[in-house]
Ligand binder design. Structure first.
Ligand code: NAD
Ligand code: UFG
Length: 336
C-alpha cells in the first residue's frame, strides 16, 4: 500500500516508516516539524534503503492533505500528528485541543473528499478512565480524564467512531499505545525530547549520559512490589510492527486494540535495567508523587494477538540497550 504518515518524522512515526518499508509498503510523510527533525527521516530512509518523501506542512490543512493524498495516490493514512506533552496540555489546553482535534478532523475530511478509506490512529492507554493492571479494550473510556491531552485522545476516538458509523466504507483502527520506549537497534534513530524530558526512559538516559544529575522517582508508596509506579513499556520497534499488522488487518468499521506487552515494570526496575546496560549505578532520589499518576497501567494484549496476529517480542532489556545506544551515539539527539 501507499501510506501517508502524518507526524511521521516524529519518534514513533520514523520507526513505523522503516517497518512499513521492510514489508514492501511505500511511505510519504506530512509533518510540520514542530517536534521533529528532517534528519530522523533521512536516517530512517537510509536504514530502510528506500525513499521517504517529506511534505512539510500542517495536517489540519484539508487542501494540503487532499493534494498529498492525490499526488501520491495514497491508500491509507496513519495519523501520528499531534502534541503529546501531558503537563503542557494542562498549561495550554486550547493549543492541544486545536492541534490534536484539528489535525484528526482535517485529515479525515481530506480522506473522505479523496475517497481514501483506511485510517490508523495513535491513541493512548491514557484514555482508560480507571488505569490498572491488564486493561482490556472494553474497559471504560471517557473524557473525565486527568488532563486535556488524554481528553483529546478520547474525543478523537469518538470522532473516528462517529465518522465510521456515518460512512460504512471507513476502515479504522484505534491503537492504544502503552509506554513506548527504546530505539531502532542501529542507534541511528530514537527519541529526541526537547528540553527536560517528562518521561522516565529519556530522563534516565540523560542521567546516564551525565546531562542530568539524578533521577527523581515520583513516589515509592504506591501499592506495587517496590512502591514505585508500574507501567507496560513497549519497544518502539514492536510498536511500529503493530502498526503494520493493524494496517493489514483493517476492515470496514472500527478496530480498537491495545499495543502493549502485558508485562509491568516498576520505576526502580527500569532504573536497574538501565544500570545493567550502562554498567554502573545511576543516582536517584525519591520525591513526592507526580499529580495525576496512576499506580499501575498495563495492557491485556490478547486482542492484538487474536485480531492482528501481533505480539511484542522485545524485552525491557532490549529497549534499554537500544535507548542507551541511541543516547550515547547521539548525545544531542538530531541536533548534531
Ligand atoms: P512526536 O512528537 O515525536 O511525533 C508527533 C509528530 O507530529 C511530530 O513529528 C510533530 O512534528 C508532528 N506534528 C505536530 N503537529 C503537527 C501538525 N499540525 N501537522 C503535522 N505534523 C504535526 O511523538 P510520538 O511519540 O512519535 O507520538 C506519535 C503519536 O502517538 C502522537 O499522536 C502521540 O500523542 C501518540 N502517543 C504517544 C505516546 C508516547 O509515549 N510517545 C503514547 C501514546 C500515544
Ligand atoms: N517517573 C519518575 N520520574 C520521572 C519520570 C517518570 O519516577 O522523571 C515515573 C512516573 O511516576 C511513572 C513512570 O515513571 O510511574 C512512567 O512515567 P512516564 O512519564 O514515562 O509515562 P506515563 O505512564 O506517565 O505517561 C505515558 C505518556 C503519556 C501517555 C501515557 C499512557 O507520557 O503520553 O503514558 O499511559 F498518555
Amino acid at each position: 500500500m501507499r501510506v501517508l504518515l502524518t507526524g511521521g518524522a516524529g519518534y514513533i512515526g520514523s520507526h513505523t516508516a522503516i517497518a512499513l518499508l521492510a514489508r514492501g509498503h511505500r511511505v510519504v510523510v506530512l509533518d510540520d516539524l514542530v517536534n521533529a527533525s528532517e534528519v530522523a527521516l533521512e536516517r530512517a530512509a537510509r536504514i530502510a534503503g528506500a525513499e521517504i518523501p517529506l511534505v512539510v506542512g500542517d495536517a489540519a490543512d484539508v487542501d494540503l492533505v487532499r493534494s498529498v493524498l492525490r499526488e501520491h495516490r495514497i491508500d491509507a493514512v496513519i495519523h501520528f500528528a499531534g502534541l503529546k506533552a501531558v503537563g503542557e496540555s494542562v498549561a495550554e489546553p486550547l493549543r492541544y485541543y486545536g492541534v490534536n482535534l484539528g489535525t484528526a478532523i482535517g485529515t479525515l475530511q481530506a480522506m473522505a473528499a479523496e475517497g481514501v478509506e483506511r485510517f490508523v490512529f495513535s491513541s493512548s492507554a491514557t484514555v482508560y478512565e480507571q488505569p490498572g493492571p491488564l486493561l482490556r479494550e472494553d474497559a471504560p473510556v471517557g473524557i473525565a480524564l486527568e488532563n486535556p491531552y488524554g481528553r483529546t485522545k478520547a474525543m478523537i476516538e469518538s470522532i473516528v467512531t462517529d465518522a465510521a458509523a456515518a460512512d460504512g466504507r471507513l476502515q479504522a483502527a484505534l491503537l492504544r499505545y502503552f509506554n513506548p520506549v527504546g530505539a531502532h537497534e542501529s542507534g541511528d534513530i530514537g527519541e529526541d525530547p526537547k528540553g527536560i524530558p517528562n518521561n522516565l526512559m529519556p530522563y534516565i538516559a540523560q542521567v546516564a549520559a551525565g546531562e542530568r544529575e539524578r533521577l527523581r522517582v515520583f513516589g515509592d508508596d504506591y501499592d506495587t512490589p517496590d512502591g514505585t509506579g508500574v507501567r507496560d513499556y513497549i519497544h518502539v520497534v514492536d510498536l511500529a510492527e503493530g502498526h503494520v499488522a493493524a494496517l493489514e488487518a483493517l476492515a470496514p468499521g472500527v478496530l480498537t486494540v491495545n499495543l502493549g506487552t502485558g508485562q509491568g515494570a516498576t520505576v526502580l526496575e527500569v532504573l536497574r535495567a538501565f544500570e545493567r546496560a550502562v554498567g554502573r549505578e545511576l543516582p536517584f532520589e525519591v520525591v513526592d508523587r507526580r499529580p495525576g499518576d496512576a499506580a499501575v497501567s498495563t495492557a491485556d494484549p490478547s486482542r492484538a494477538h487474536e485480531v492482528l496476529g501481533w505480539r511484542a517480542r522485545r524485552t525491557l532489556d532490549d529497549a534499554v540497550r537500544d535507548a542507551w545506544r541511541w543516547q550515547s551515539r547521539n548525545p544531542r539527539g538530531y541536533r548534531g
